[in-house]
Each structure stands twice: as C-alpha cells, then as structure tokens.
Design a protein around this ligand. Structure first.
Ligand code: MN3
Length: 239
C-alpha cells in the first residue's frame, strides 16, 4: 500500500506531466499582461473583416465592450497588490484563491478581457487567414467525423448557446480537441485544457449587422478564421 504522502507526490508528478503550459496571449509587445491590464490594439483595421463582420460592430465591440472589461478588471484589482502581480491567465485559473468580494468581477471582466483578446487574433480578413495545419486536421480527424460534419457540429453548438456565451474548440497538451460552450465570459480552462478557438455569441457581437440572425453570423465567422494564428497557438499549447 502506498502512503498518502507518496500518493500525493505521484499525483503531483502526473499533473506536472499532463498540465498544459500557458502561452502568451498578447501579440502586442506593449501589453504586459498583468496589472494595469490594457486593451490590446486590433491586429487589423476595424472594417477589415467586412462584409462578414462590419466595422461599426468591431468599433463598439472592441472600443467599448472589451475596453469596459479591462477597466472593470483593473477597478476590481486596485486594492489587491498580490493579485496585481498575476497574469490574466493565472488569475482566471486560480479564481478559487481570489477573495470572494471581487471573485465575480475577476471572473466576468477578466474572462471578458481574455476571451476578446483571443477572439480578435483568431480573426483575419477573408482570404488571408490561411488553412488549418496538418496537425490540426489530424486532431479533428480523431473526432471521427468529416470536415463538413465538424463544421455542422460547431454551427449547432454556437447557435444553440442560450443567452450570452461562447462556443469553443479546446485542446489538451496531447492535442485532443473538443467542442464546448461556456456561459457569460467563462473561459474553458482546465488543468490540461486551454481554449484554442472561441466564437463570441453575445448579441453585442452581431446584433447591429445581423439583428436576431445569429445563424448567419456563425456562418460568416467561418470565412474570417485566422488559421495561421490558430495553427501557431495549437503548436504552442501542444509542445
Ligand atoms: Mn463580446
């Protein structure tokens, strides 16, 4: 029989092997990634995704909605010097150790900051985003469905999110991908799991252009995926 201490050590070792390592979220070298958190610049002009996502939506979504998440996260952290040292990902992965008084604010506004920072980079003007890498293609093949079926699965997931939330492809260190949805601004982190691609399905992400037609927005998204970014993120997360 193994002692509790040995068992704990073994568990820790196993976790160390399978845990996914954080990769830097921000391409902008001027964004430090800890307090005071900053709004990263869009990596393209605000109207660059037209006609799939219009410039006015991007302007408000990035300049108002995302900026508010950043401001409110900083406001929540202003009296917590220890938490100010943590990266955004450390904060979100360790929500249990955030004082209850600000936990909701960190979860919602920190999550909003993380999700949108990832989202902008995962988009590119139509025709410029490249193609999924062979590694990503084979990860999806492991799910045992054709590319069309997988696109349909993601479509159903994204159109089926009730209320405000996100549709995701997540990945483990071993390169296993999975479709899942989260509510509000929750990020699909796990000890061995990180978000690879996210689609914002809050109404603010599409209402000006598509009104209630979320399905058209989800279909349009497929045309503006930045596979070059997604391929590089997959490689970094599975290294
Ligand atoms: Mn949004």
């Amino acid at each position: 029989m193994i002692s509790r201490r040995t068992a704990l050590k073994l568990t820790a070792a196993a976790t160390a092997i399978t845990a996914i390592s954080p990769v830097r979220l921000f391409a902008d070298p001027n964004v430090a990634g800890n307090y005071p958190h900053q709004l990263p610049a869009l990596p393209y002009a605000k109207d660059a995704l037209e006609p799939h996502i219009d410039g006015r939506t991007m302007e408000i979504h990035h300049g108002k909605h995302h900026k508010t998440y950043v401001d409110k996260l900083n406001e929540a952290l202003k009296d917590y010097p220890e938490l100010q040292k943590k990266s955004l990902e450390e904060l979100l992965r360790g929500l249990d150790s955030v004082p209850e008084k600000i936990r909701g604010a960190v979860r919602n506004h920190g999550g909003g900051h993380f999700n949108h920072s990832l989202f902008w980079q995962s988009l590119a003007p139509a025709g410029s985003g490249g193609e999924p890498s062979e590694q990503i293609k084979s990860a999806f093949q492991e799910l045992g469905a054709s590319a069309e079926e997988l696109q349909e699965t993601f479509f159903k997931l994204a159109t089926g999110v009730f209320g405000s939330g996100w549709a995701w492809v997540t990945v483990t260190k071993a390169g296993q991908v999975k479709f899942e949805a989260t509510a509000n601004q929750d990020v699909p982190f796990g000890p061995n799991k990180a978000p690879l691609i996210g689609l914002d399905v809050w109404e603010h992400a599409y209402y000006l252009q598509y009104q209630n037609r979320r399905a058209d927005y989800v279909k349009a998204h497929h045309n503006v995926i930045n596979w070059k970014f997604v391929n590089a993120r997959f490689d970094a997360l599975t290294k």
